[in-house]
Write a protein that binds this ligand. Structure first.
Ligand code: DUC
Ligand code: ZN
Ligand code: ZN
Length: 487
C-alpha cells in the first residue's frame, strides 16, 4: 500500500524563507507531507540534484482580451497557459476587460467561458473597469467582488480604457466599500499623447521613438497622483509595471508617509533596455511595450526597490501581438510607433529569465526568487496559502528545476502564439523540467501534458493587502464634524 499518490524524492525544497532537503508527499491535489525518507508513493519522482520550488504565480497577464488600443492578443487561454506551464507558472491572474458602455457582469461571465474552455493552469481574474459609472459601481461590483473577483484594474492612459481623476476617485471609494484591491496602470495620458503628436508631426515615426513617447515623468507624475488619491480615500492600491527609478522613489515616499501602496515590476524592465528598440526597419516594434523599456540604471534601481520591499513582486504583463497585420502591424505595413500594438509575450519565460538573472548569476538566493515570483503575488491577491508556497495543505503546484540546464532562447523554442520572443539569442541557466499543478504533471521535458480546460478558477477573498488603514484624511473628519458623510 502506498502512503502517497506522489513522492518527489531527494530534492532541495525552496521557500521564501530558505531552502531545505526534503521529500514532498502529495495526496490528491494537495501537499500532505514534507520530510526525510517519506514512505512509498504510487509514483516516485527522483529530484536528486534538483530544486523543488512552488509553481510560479503570474499576477498580470493579458489573455484572450481586447487591449486598451482595441487590439486582440495573439493567445487564447490554451496557448497562453500551455506556454506558462512549460515555463513553470501554475497560476495566472488575467483580465476580464470591460470596454466603455459594457455591463461588467456580462464581461466577467463571457470571460469565464473562455477561461473554462482553455485554461491549463489555475486562474483568477482582475476586472478592468473602463466605464466605472454609478450603475457599475453600485449595482454590479458588489456581487462580482463577493463571487471572488476581488481586484479591480484601472488605466490612467490608453484611448479605449482610460479613466479620469474623478472616475478613479469614485472607483477607489467603491473598492473601499467592497474591500477590493485596485491595481493601476499609472502613466500621464496627456504627456503621452502630446509627445506622440509632436514626434509624428516632425516625421519621427520609427519604433525607437516609443521611448520618448512616454517620458519618464509621465510615470512619476501618475504614481504621485495615484498615491495622493489613495491617501485621500484610504484605499490600498497596487502600481503596475514600475519602470523607472523615479517611479520607485515616489512609491517609497508614499509608503514612508503611511500610504498603503504596493507595486510590481515586470521581467522586461529588469532584463531589457530602451536600446532594444533600436533595430533596422520595424523590427523594434517587437520591443514596444508600455511603459517603455528604460535604462540599465533603472534596472539597478528596480532590483534595489525589490530588495528593500518598496516593490513586492515581478509579473510578466504578458501581452502578445504577432509581428503581422493581426498584431504589431495592424495599422498597415508602415505604422508610426504610436500605432504599434503595445506589449510583449512573457508568461513562459518569466521564471527562467528571472532564475537566470537572480539565482544563476549569483545576485540573489532562491528565497528571493520564490518570494518575488510566487509567494508574494499569491499573498497580495488573496491566494495564500493555497498557492505560491510548498507547505502542508497547499495545492501541489510544484516545479522541479534543473538549476544547471542551459538553454539558448529562440523564436522556434517558445510555445505561445506570438511567433517570436524578445529574448531570442540569450543563453540562460536553470529550467523547470517537470511541472505539477494540483498534483498532476502538466508539463514535462518541454511537452504539455494536461488538457485545455483542466485549469480551475480561483475565487479570492481579498487578502490583507486590501484592508484600508483606517486613517481617514482630515477632510473626511472635518466634514464628519459638520454632520456630513462623504462615504
Ligand atoms: N502595456 C503593454 O505593454 N501591454 C499591455 C498593456 C500595457 O499596459
Ligand atoms: Zn499596463
Ligand atoms: Zn498589463
Amino acid at each position: 500500500m502506498a502512503d502517497y499518490d506522489i513522492v518527489i524524492r531527494g530534492g532541495t525544497v525552496g521557500s521564501s524563507a530558505g531552502t531545505f532537503e526534503a521529500d514532498v508527499g502529495i495526496t490528491g491535489d494537495t501537499v500532505v507531507a514534507l520530510g526525510r525518507n517519506l514512505g512509498a508513493g504510487k509514483r516516485n519522482i527522483d529530484a536528486k540534484g534538483k530544486l523543488v520550488l512552488p509553481g510560479g504565480v503570474d499576477a498580470h497577464a493579458h489573455i484572450e482580451q481586447l487591449s486598451g488600443m482595441g487590439v486582440m492578443g495573439a493567445d487564447n487561454f490554451e496557448s497562453a497557459t500551455g506556454a506558462a506551464a512549460l515555463g513553470g507558472t501554475t497560476t495566472v491572474v488575467c483580465f476580464a476587460a470591460q470596454h466603455k458602455g459594457k455591463s461588467l457582469t456580462k464581461v466577467v461571465e463571457d470571460y469565464h467561458v473562455l477561461a473554462k474552455r482553455g485554461a491549463i493552469i489555475d486562474y483568477a481574474m482582475h476586472m478592468i473597469l473602463a466605464d466605472p459609472n454609478a450603475r457599475v459601481l453600485k449595482e454590479e461590483l458588489p456581487a462580482l467582488v463577493k463571487s471572488g473577483h476581488s481586484s479591480i484594474k484601472l488605466f490612467m492612459t490608453y484611448e479605449h480604457t482610460k479613466v479620469d481623476d474623478e472616475q478613479l476617485l469614485d472607483t477607489l471609494v467603491a473598492a473601499r466599500e467592497n474591500r477590493a484591491l485596485v491595481c493601476v496602470h499609472a502613466e500621464n495620458n496627456g504627456m503621452i499623447s502630446w509627445m506622440g503628436r509632436r514626434l509624428v508631426e516632425r516625421g519621427y515615426r520609427d519604433p525607437r521613438f516609443h521611448g520618448p513617447h512616454h517620458p519618464r515623468l509621465c510615470e512619476t507624475e501618475a504614481i504621485y497622483r495615484l498615491a495622493a488619491f489613495s491617501e485621500l480615500i484610504d484605499q490600498p492600491v497596487i502600481v503596475y509595471h514600475v519602470s523607472t527609478a523615479e517611479g520607485a522613489k515616489v512609491i517609497r515616499e508614499a509608503r514612508g508617509r503611511g500610504v498603503k501602496m504596493f507595486a510590481e515590476t515586470c521581467t522586461q524592465y529588469l532584463t531589457l533596455t530602451v536600446d532594444d528598440l533600436v533595430k533596422p526597419g520595424l523590427e523594434g516594434a517587437k520591443w514596444v511595450c508600455s511603459p517603455p523599456l528604460r535604462l540599465q540604471s533603472d534596472q539597478e534601481a528596480l532590483w534595489h526597490a525589490l530588495e528593500i520591499g518598496d516593490l513586492q513582486f515581478v509579473s510578466s504583463d504578458h501581452a502578445p501581438y504577432r509581428f503581422d497585420a493581426t498584431g504589431k502591424l495592424r495599422a498597415g505595413p508602415e505604422p508610426s510607433f504610436k500605432e504599434i500594438a503595445n506589449g510583449m509575450p512573457g508568461l513562459e519565460l518569466r521564471l527562467p529569465l528571472l532564475f537566470d538573472a537572480m539565482v544563476s548569476k549569483g545576485r540573489y538566493g532562491i528565497e528571493q526568487f520564490v518570494e518575488w515570483t510566487a509567494t508574494a503575488p499569491a499573498r497580495m491577491y488573496g491566494l495564500s496559502p493555497r498557492k505560491g508556497q510548498i507547505t502542508i495543505g497547499s495545492d501541489a503546484d510544484i516545479c522541479i528545476w534543473d538549476p544547471k540546464r542551459r538553454t539558448t532562447i529562440s523564436d522556434a523554442g517558445v510555445h505561445d502564439n506570438t511567433g517570436y520572443t524578445p529574448y531570442a539569442g540569450r543563453t540562460i541557466e536553470g529550467w523547470p523540467v517537470t511541472v505539477l499543478r494540483r498534483g498532476e504533471i502538466i508539463a514535462d521535458d518541454g511537452k504539455v501534458k494536461a488538457s485545455a480546460g483542466s485549469g480551475a478558477f480561483l475565487p479570492r477573498d481579498p487578502g490583507e493587502a486590501a484592508k484600508p488603514t483606517g486613517r481617514l484624511s482630515p477632510e473626511f473628519d472635518e466634514t464628519r464634524n459638520f454632520g456630513a458623510k462623504l462615504y
